[in-house]
Design a protein around this ligand. Sequence first.
Ligand SMILES: Cc1cc2nc3c(=O)[nH]c(=O)nc-3n(C[C@H](O)[C@H](O)[C@H](O)COP(=O)(O)OP(=O)(O)OC[C@H]3O[C@@H](n4cnc5c(N)ncnc54)[C@H](O)[C@@H]3O)c2cc1C
Length: 387
Amino acid sequence: MNFDEAEHITMLRETLRRFIEKELPRAEAQRLDRECDFSDETFAKLCELGVTGLTIPEEYGGLGIDVVAAVATIEELAKRGSSLCGPFIHCAFYGGLNMVENGSEAQKRELLPQLAEGKLLFAYGLSEPNVGGDLASVGVTARIEGDEVIVNGTKRWCTGAHKADYIYTLVRSGEADARYKNLSFVLVPTDVPGITIVNINHSGLRYSATTDVIFEDVRVPVENIVGGMERWNKGWPMLAGRALDVEKLEITAVALGIATAAVEDAWQYAQERRQFGRPICAHQAVRHDLVDARTKLEACRHMLYHAAWKANEGLDCSVESSMAKLFIADTGVEIVLKCQQVMGAYGCAEEYDMERYVRDITCMPIVGGSSKMQKNNIANRLGLPTR
Ligand SMILES: Cc1cc2nc3c(=O)[nH]c(=O)nc-3n(C[C@H](O)[C@H](O)[C@H](O)COP(=O)(O)OP(=O)(O)OC[C@H]3O[C@@H](n4cnc5c(N)ncnc54)[C@H](O)[C@@H]3O)c2cc1C
């Protein structure tokens, strides 16, 4: 087994670190977090590096699919908060990866080249006021009338809808009691009549407002059914398939990036802060906390990149990606809270990034399939009987 990182990924990390130091200083990341926004200009500059092409084959204008490099990109960006990794995910994963996996040939030809250049953002319209983990119960409806699809209902927690070009919308396209058999995905442009977007105040992952999106007789052409007419009512496999396995890696990479930044900051702080006549890192309890955090971080890193490697090789990584999401989200919370304690009161101050790491990391066991849902997935995938 070879655990060395590929040279092109090490070089990519170095490029991204230089980019972030220059284009997203700490104070700017803090300002954007307070304003719950990201900078379109900085994101456009990031896209000039070509990274949004990492989830798209060359024939559609991308760099060729490289899941490990895309995950490493998220990790590096997430170390400076969510304001660049957020839009990167909305473009390269919500858009690029989903279109590669599920789009019709016409959709791929039209959308993938733009996504590869970072010119389009997708928002995820899955959750609803009464639907969280149980996505097969969605109540937003879609029906076909002539050559149009008509969408009605409300999506909740639709992050970045204001800035997105399309909402990748999970809809109930037939009778509710058919559950898994009557679901479809529709690409709803955010500028069509009948859409109202309302902000929800929230504490973590503030790269963009998360929102309620209300659809009132919204009409889109049938060409916007993801995968084309033949995928109408076949949305469930698109949701639970390979794209979802890679989605789990994407949110997990955010957790790893945040936890890594917290350890780096606490490690540095503990060498500078002096109490009782020596740096606090010289007190054994603090040394042990820091080493515990770093050791757990290393375990997280191995889990994530093992799952990403399997995904990149086209191997089944369903169990590994769920385990990585579960372990790294939960362990990430432990790591960051421990690092916050190392920084004492300063770990709660707005002028330090630690308080943002805490707000962001505590979202991780909730979003993208909760930790309990991952446990259900793993038990089911491994065939553990329920009775
Ligand atoms: C900042 C933020 C951004 C978000 N962005 C988006 C977005 O862009 N698009 C989008 O669609 N959604 C988004 N979400 C929603 C997110 O994906 C959901 O929060 C998540 O799917 C869980 O749903 P829920 O919070 O409604 O919890 P629920 O599903 O109501 O669950 C509540 C609790 O019950 C537990 N639970 C539920 N069912 C089971 C079960 N069968 N077995 C064991 N335990 C169970 C859960 O683990 C959880 O602890 C976002 C959320 C946040 C906080």
